[in-house]
Design a protein around this ligand. Sequence first.
Ligand code: MTE
Ligand code: MO
Length: 386
Amino acid sequence: MANADVHRREFLTYGATAAGLATLGPTLPAWAFPSRPGEQVVPWADPPPPVAAPQVVPRQLDWEQLDSWVTPNDRFFVVAHYGIPDVDAAAFRLRVSGLVDRRLSLTLDEIKARQRQEVTCTVECSGNHGIPWLTGAIGTARWTGTPLAPLLREAGLQAEGVEVVFYGADSGEEQIRDTKVQAPFARSMSVADATAADVLLCWEMNGVALPRENGFPLRLVAPGWYGVANVKWLDRIEVRDTRFAGRFMGRDYVTVREEEVGGRRLAVETTVGRALLKSAPARVTRLGDRHRIVGAAWGGPVARVEVQIDDGPWVAATIDRSDAAEFAWKIWSLDWNNPTSGEHAITSRVIDAAGRIQPAMDDPWIASKRTYWESNGQVTRRVRIG
Ligand SMILES: Nc1nc2c(c(=O)[nH]1)N[C@H]1C(S)=C(S)[C@@H](COP(=O)(O)O)O[C@H]1N2
Ligand SMILES: [Mo]
């Protein structure tokens, strides 16, 4: 761990990420980050193409700028399928209905007066790295809110309730066969998943009120789940006795894999749910000719991260463990001494506590996929040295 200690000392001595943290507010701890004073970023030789759907994904993380463990709000990615609604906080009421003994209608102040709970977790869009223009749909923030489970208990969950549906204030036109309907953004979870102790209704992100684009005034935060489960502009919560299959559960955000069944290839369709084990190189820096590769790993308990340069051996990276947040990414780094001039390919892979390895792109788990969701295959970036 000598290397990690050096990183921490560099950070504490020189405050290399102080500028990045300034927008986060005064109460945050100073995490280590493997940056060196005076270093320069070596730009990637394979920048992603322009965003094909800028209304749906108005902002992505710029990996080359990654210089802090927590992502400042103004760099945090945004996905909005039905536009960004303007919710009036004063008129806001969160309604809880369906299979409950007591329906609730809560003002923002009533919600904020409840038990306060925080979590720092990574949110990744399940489409990230699945299509060429979507490679920065990920960020890590400290979310503040109140746990959902006690609220549902107070409402009196009825025994027949199996599913909890979260509706956003945003809606759009959807066509199902030949019928057009106006449908709200909605996602559901089983009662067991929704009442997990770390599922929060959040009104703060990194110490300030939720930015409008990230769900003001209230959003669901479900640590360990893909982004789509974290319903923004939360408007109502409904307990039902049937499974819910809206667009974002049953049509979109559906992973299709072909399996070999009795000599035939048959498709299996599953809805996007919990995050999958993944890592990616973030950036290469240079201090004189001392190069360093820095990246992130998330989506499971990170035991090891390994980096491969061109066709070389897999080399263990140093993982920063200065924060133990279970569902937040780990920042890793590898010193790259004396790289030869020319273009190089850099690939990372994470290994979890159970020994599972992030799959290669040609692994059947990835190669058998017919939709781009849940693209947790190994990410290769290209960089030109010299
Ligand atoms: N109401 C609502 N919630 C939503 C969405 C949306 O379009 N509407 N997009 C989801 C998706 S697909 C993702 S990846 C995350 C992105 O969260 P962010 O915009 O705060 O980064 O929000 C989720 N919550
Ligand atoms: Mo997403």
